[in-house]
Ligand binder design. Structure first.
Ligand SMILES: NC(=O)c1ccc[n+]([C@@H]2O[C@H](COP(=O)([O-])OP(=O)(O)OC[C@H]3O[C@@H](n4cnc5c(N)ncnc54)[C@H](O)[C@@H]3O)[C@@H](O)[C@H]2O)c1
Length: 147
């Protein structure tokens, strides 16, 4: 049985934290700290998803490039190439997409509507839980519990 994104969202909730593309990077970092998250979806003026900003974008595109987080807008450093999943995608499909494209967060789209976000932590946790259950069942089977 493969855990799906839908099941992960049922546990963690479908709320998505976002900022507008004009929000300063400094403010975005404050929100990440307040919410204890590592990424924010960036919305454009039309209210559409325009990108994603992560702590990694800050480290690489602000600090290492000598910019100021108080003068740089999220739109200037956000990742514009977005990788998303549908609610029916499995945890394994998510991890493959994350590893292949070196991203840690995937917006969840249902018919182009943003309905959630899953992180690498969410996905790994779901896979570990599933594997633990399988091992327990196999252990019970081997020890004759089902006889
Ligand atoms: N306590 C929990 O439920 C939980 C869940 C996942 C990860 N973690 C821990 O957090 C640390 C880092 O985790 P990570 O690398 O997966 O990423 P992260 O720190 O960005 O994610 C932490 C949690 O916040 C959620 N999140 C992140 N950005 C979000 C956004 N913009 N909108 C809505 N939800 C958002 C993620 O889905 C995840 O559940 C790890 O130490 C991990 O073990 C804890």
């Amino acid at each position: 049985m493969n855990a799906t994104v839908r099941q992960i969202l049922q546990r963690k909730g479908s709320n998505v934290w976002s900022v507008s593309s004009d929000t300063l990077v400094y403010r975005a970092l404050q929100i990440m700290q307040e919410k204890e998250i590592g990424a924010l979806v960036v919305m454009n003026e039309a209210g559409e998803m325009a990108g994603l900003i992560s702590e990694r974008d800050y480290a690489r595109k602000v600090i290492l490039e000598g910019r100021s987080s108080r003068e740089t807008a999220t739109k200037d450093i956000m990742a514009k190439e977005l990788y998303s999943v549908a609610p029916g995608a499995t945890a394994e499909e998510c991890i493959s997409l994350m590893l292949k494209n070196r991203v840690r967060h995937l917006p969840v789209l249902d018919n182009e509507k943003l309905v959630g976000l899953v992180s690498i932590g969410d996905v790994v946790r779901a896979i570990v839980k599933e594997q633990r259950t399988t091992i327990e069942h196999l252990g019970d089977y081997i020890s004759g519990k089902y006889v």
